[in-house]
Design a protein around this ligand. Structure first.
Ligand code: C2E
Ligand code: CA
Ligand code: CA
Length: 760
C-alpha cells in the first residue's frame, strides 16, 4: 500500500505526459487538456493528505491557484468569440490564479524563514526581469492604438505578475539548501509557466491575445510537473526546508543576478530609449539595482566583519565565563611587558590563583554547580578589581589577574582576590535545591622584572613563576598566597633533578626502609612497626621522604616505589616472625599513597605478596591519608573494600589535619586512626589539643577504631596520652626509625618482655 502510495507520482507523470502528447498531436486535444488540468487540481488537493504533510495552508492555496488557472484556460477557449468584457472572464480567472499562486509561494517562504540577503538578491533579479518585460512587452503593448483598455491592461499585467513570480521563485531558490525532487519539479513548473507567459507576451506586442494552439503546451507540462510534485513523497520537505547557512554569491546565483544587473545597459543598447517613459523606466530600474547591490555588498561586508569578530572572540575567550583565555592573556601580558617601566613605580604584577576544593564541589554537587561556581568567582573578581586589571581563566579552576600597579596596590589586590573567593557562594545543586558553599584559593604572586627587553615568551615565563609560587602556597597548606622569589625557580629545577635521580633509584632498588616501633604505652612493648622509606642519594646524601615522596607522587613513580616498599616490608616481617624477633600479634604499618589505591589490581597483588611471604593479612596495616576518603573515586572505594575483605587493616594517617569529617570514617572500611603529631606536640601545655585528643578517643571507641598517637617525644606527652586513654604510640621517646638489623637488636621480643624500653 505504502509502496503504491509512494509511486503515485510516477503514474501521474505518465498520465500528464500522455495527455500533453495527445494535445500536441491534436488527438482529443480539448479532453486531454481538461483531464490534465483536473488531475492537477486533484493532485494538489490530495497530495498533502497522502504524505501527511503539514501545514496544509500553502497547499490549499496552490490547489486554488491550479483550479483558477484551469478555469481560466477553459473559459478563455469557450468565450473566445464573445465581445470584449465577457471574453476577458477567462483572464480574470487566470489573474485570480496568480493571486493564489503568489500567496502560496509567500506562505512557503515564510515557513522557511526568508533571509534578508536572499530577499535582496531576489529583488535584484526581479527588477531586472521587470525592466526587461516593461521594455519588451508592456510598453509596446500599451502603445498599440484602438484596443479596449481592459486588453491593454491585461497585456501589461501578465508580465508583471510573472515578474513577481520570478522574484518569489528566486527567493525560494536562494533560501533553501536542500534540493529534493519535489522542489525541483516545482521549480521546473514555474519555469514552464514563465515560458508560456513569455510566449503570450511576445504575441501581445503585436496586439494579439490568441496564438497557435501549441502555445498552451508549456502550461500543460507545467500542470503535469506541478501535480507530480504534489504527489512526490519528498513534498513533505517543502514545508520545512533547511535554510542555506551562508548566503554567498555562488556561480548559479551569479548567473541569475549578473544578467539582471546588466539588463538596464543591455536594454538601452539594444532597444534604445526613445521615449521619455522608456528613459525613466531604465533610469529608475538601473538606479534601484545599483542601490540594492550597495545594500547587499555592505551587508555582506558587515556580516563578514561580525563573523570575524565572533571568531576572534571565541579563539581568545573562555566560553563559560567570557573572560580572556590563556592565549589572549599571553598577548596582553606581552604587550604590558613591552612598555617601558624602568622609571616608574608601577610594575606588572601577576596573580595566579587556583581554587581549593573545587573537585570536591564538582563531585558532591555536580558539574553544573561547579560551572556556576567558576562563573560566580569570575564575576566577583571582575567586580572587586580595578577596571585596569586583566582577569583571565587559564584552566579548569585557575584564574590569572594581571595589573600594572605599585607594590602596596598589588598587596591590596591580593587581599581583595582572596576575599572574593572566600565569601560563601550559593550554587544550584543537581537535585534542584541550593547549597551554600565555602571554598578557598591558593595564589602565587609574581612581579615582572623591570627590564624584560622585549624578549619572546616572557609572558609564559612570568606565568610559570606565578604558577610555581601558587604551588608553594598550596603545599604550605592551601588558602593562602605566596610571592615568588628566584629561589623557588631553583627549587623547581632541583625537583626535576631529584625526579631523574629517584627514577634511577627506584629502578635499581637503591632505596631502603627504616622501621620505627609502635609501642603499647602501659608496657613499653613493641606492638608493631611503621615502615618508612629512606633514600641515600649518591651526591646529596640522605634525603628525607618528605621531599622525595611528593616528587614520586607528582611523577607517577609512587606506584613502583610503593609496591617495592610493601613487598620489602612484608618480607621483613616474615623474616622477623620466623626468627622469633617479634611475636605473632606484631604488625607492620605501611604508608600507601592515594595513587596506589587507584590501581584496580592493588588488593589482588597485595594478597599474593602476603600469601607468598606467609604473613596473615591482619598483621598488615595500611596507612592512608584523609584525602583518600574525601577525594577518592568509586574505584578507590572498591579497592579499600577488597583490602578489608582480604583482612588487611586500614588506618587513617595524620588524623585531624585534613577534613576530619566523622561521616567519612563511618562510610569507609577503616580500622584505626593515627593522631597527628601536631596535636600530640601540645599535650601538657595546650588544653585545646587535649580536648581534640579526648574527642578522637571517644569517637574511635564508639566506632571501634584503634588509636595510635604519633610523634611522642616527652614523658609528659606520654603521661597525658595514657590519662586520656590512648593505648598505643610511636615517637622518638621510644626510638627513631632504624635499619632492620638495629631494629631486631633493639626490639626483639625478649628485650621487650623484660619490660625495659631502652630510651625511656
Ligand atoms: P608519617 O607517615 O606521618 O610518618 C611519621 C613521620 O614522623 C616519620 O618521618 C617519622 O620519622 C617521624 N617521626 C616519628 N616519631 C617522631 C617524633 O617523635 N617526633 C618527630 N618530630 N617526628 C617523628 P619520615 O620518616 O621523614 O616520613 C615522612 C613521611 O613520608 C611519612 O609521614 C609518610 O607520610 C611518608 N612516607 C615515608 N615512607 C613512605 C612510603 O613508603 N610510602 C609512602 N607513600 N609514604 C611514605
Ligand atoms: Ca604514616
Ligand atoms: Ca603520620
Amino acid at each position: 500500500m505504502s509502496l503504491r502510495r509512494d509511486r503515485l507520482w510516477l503514474a501521474f507523470l505518465a498520465l500528464g505526459t500522455l495527455c500533453s502528447a495527445l494535445f500536441a498531436l491534436d488527438v482529443a486535444a480539448d479532453a486531454a487538456s481538461a483531464l490534465i488540468g483536473v488531475a492537477c487540481v486533484l493532485a494538489w488537493a490530495y497530495g498533502p493528505r497522502l504524505h501527511a504533510v503539514h501545514p496544509r495552508r500553502p497547499w490549499r492555496l496552490m490547489t486554488a491557484a491550479a483550479a483558477f488557472f484551469l478555469a481560466g484556460i477553459i473559459l478563455r477557449a469557450l468565450l473566445l468569440d464573445q465581445p470584449s468584457p465577457v471574453a476577458q472572464l477567462g483572464d480574470a480567472c487566470t489573474v485570480c490564479g496568480f493571486g493564489f499562486f503568489i500567496a502560496a509561494l509567500v506562505t512557503f517562504l515564510n515557513r522557511w524563514g526568508m533571509d534578508r540577503r536572499a530577499l535582496l538578491d531576489g529583488l535584484i533579479v526581479c527588477i531586472g526581469a521587470a525592466l526587461a518585460s516593461t521594455m519588451l512587452f508592456v510598453l509596446p503593448a500599451a502603445s498599440i492604438p484602438g484596443r479596449p483598455p481592459v486588453v491593454t491592461l491585461l497585456a501589461g499585467l501578465y508580465p508583471l505578475l510573472d515578474t513577481v513570480t520570478v522574484l518569489l521563485v528566486a527567493n525560494l531558490a536562494f533560501t533553501t539548501a536542500v534540493r529534493q525532487p519535489a522542489f525541483m519539479l516545482m521549480g521546473a513548473m514555474m519555469v514552464l509557466l514563465f515560458c508560456g507567459d513569455l510566449g503570450y507576451a511576445i504575441i501581445g506586442r503585436q496586439g494579439d491575445v490568441v496564438g497557435p494552439r501549441l502555445m498552451a503546451l508549456p502550461f500543460l507540462f507545467a500542470f503535469t510537473l506541478g501535480g507530480t510534485a504534489a504527489l512526490h513523497p519528498t513534498a513533505k520537505a517543502l514545508g520545512r526546508a533547511t535554510p542555506l547557512p551562508i548566503q554567498a554569491w555562488s556561480l548559479p546565483r551569479m548567473l541569475l543576478i549578473g544578467p539582471a544587473v546588466a539588463s538596464p545597459f543591455l536594454l538601452t543598447v539594444t532597444l534604445g530609449a526613445d521615449t521619455r517613459i522608456e528613459r525613466w523606466a531604465l533610469g529608475a530600474g538601473g538606479a534601484a539595482i545599483v542601490a540594492l547591490l550597495l545594500v547587499r555588498a555592505s551587508d555582506a561586508v558587515q556580516s563578514h566583519a561580525a563573523a570575524q569578530r565572533r571568531f576572534e572572540h571565541q579563539a581568545t575567550h573562555d566560553p563559560l565565563t567570557g573572560l580572556p583565555n590563556r592565549r589572549m592573556l599571553s598577548i596582553m601580558v606581552e604587550r604590558l611587558l613591552g612598555e617601558d617601566r624602568t622609571a616608574r613605580a608601577a610594575n606588572v604584577w601577576m596573580f595566579y590563583l587556583d581554587l581549593d576544593g573545587f573537585k570536591l564541589v564538582n563531585d558532591s554537587w555536580g558539574h553544573p554547580a561547579g560551572d556556576q561556581l567558576i562563573v560566580d568567582v569570575g564575576a566577583r573578581l571582575r567586580h572587586a578589581l580595578p577596571a585596569a586589571a586583566t582577569i583571565a581563566r587559564v584552566g579548569g579552576d585557575e584564574f590569572v589577574v594581571v595589573q600594572c600597579c605599585t607594590e602596596p596596590e598589588a598587596m591590596a589586590n591580593a587581599q581583595r582576590i582572596m576575599d572574593c573567593v572566600e565569601r560563601p557562594l550559593l550554587v544550584v545543586t543537581a537535585d534542584g535545591g541550593t547549597a551554600e558553599i565555602v571554598i578557598g584559593a591558593s595564589m602565587g604572586i609574581v612581579q615582572a622584572p623591570k627590564r624584560t627587553g622585549g624578549r619572546d615568551g616572557q609572558a609564559d615565563a612570568l606565568m610559570r613563576d606565578a604558577d610555581t609560587a601558587m604551588y608553594r602556597a598550596k603545599a604550605a597548606g592551601r588558602n593562602r598566597w605566596t610571592v615568588f622569589d628566584a629561589s623557588m625557580r631553583d627549587a623547581v629545577r632541583e625537583r626535576v633533578e631529584i625526579e631523574v635521580a629517584l627514577r634511577a633509584a627506584v629502578a635499581h632498588e637503591q632505596l631502603s626502609i627504616a622501621y620505627q616501633p609502635i609501642v603499647a604505652m602501659h608496657t613499653g612493648r613493641p606492638a608493631g612497626a611503621e615502615a618508612l622509606c629512606r633514600w641515600q642519594h649518591p651526591v646529596r646524601g640522605w634525603i628525607g621522604p618528605n621531599m622525595f615522596i611528593a616528587v614520586a607522587e607528582d611523577s607517577n613513580l609512587i606506584s613502583a616505589l610503593g609496591a617495592w616498599v610493601l613487598r620489602e616490608s612484608v618480607q621483613q616481617l616474615a623474616r622477623w616472625r620466623a626468627g622469633g624477633v617479634v611475636d605473632d600479634d606484631f604488625w607492620m604499618s605501611v604508608n600507601v599513597s592515594p595513587r596506589q589505591l587507584g590501581d584496580p589490581a592493588f588488593a589482588e597483588r597485595l594478597g599474593g605478596t602476603l600469601r607468598q611471604a606467609g604473613v596473615p593479612a591482619a598483621n598488615l596495616v595500611l596507612e592512608i591519608t584523609e584525602s583518600v576518603m574525601v577525594e577518592g573515586s568509586d574505584l578507590t572505594e572498591r579497592v579499600l573494600a577488597e583490602l578489608r575483605a582480604l583482612g588487611v587493616r586500614i588506618a587513617v594517617d595524620d588524623f585531624g589535619t585534613g577534613f576530619s569529617a566523622l561521616g567519612y570514617l563511618r562510610r569507609h572500611p577503616v580500622t584505626g586512626v593515627k593522631i597527628d603529631r601536631s596535636f600530640v606536640n601540645g599535650l601538657g601545655s595546650s588544653a585545646e589539643d587535649e580536648e581534640i585528643v579526648r574527642a578522637v578517643v571517644a569517637m574511635s571507641s564508639a566506632l571501634h577504631l584503634t588509636v595510635v598517637a604519633e610523634g611522642v617525644e616527652t614523658p609528659a606527652q606520654r603521661d597525658v596520652l595514657i590519662a586520656l586513654g590512648v593505648p598505643l604510640a610511636q615517637g622518638w621517646l621510644w626510638g627513631k626509625a632504624v635499619d632492620p638489623a638495629t631494629f631486631a637488636a633493639t626490639w626483639a621480643v625478649r628485650v621487650a618482655l623484660s619490660g625495659a624500653a631502652p630510651s625511656d
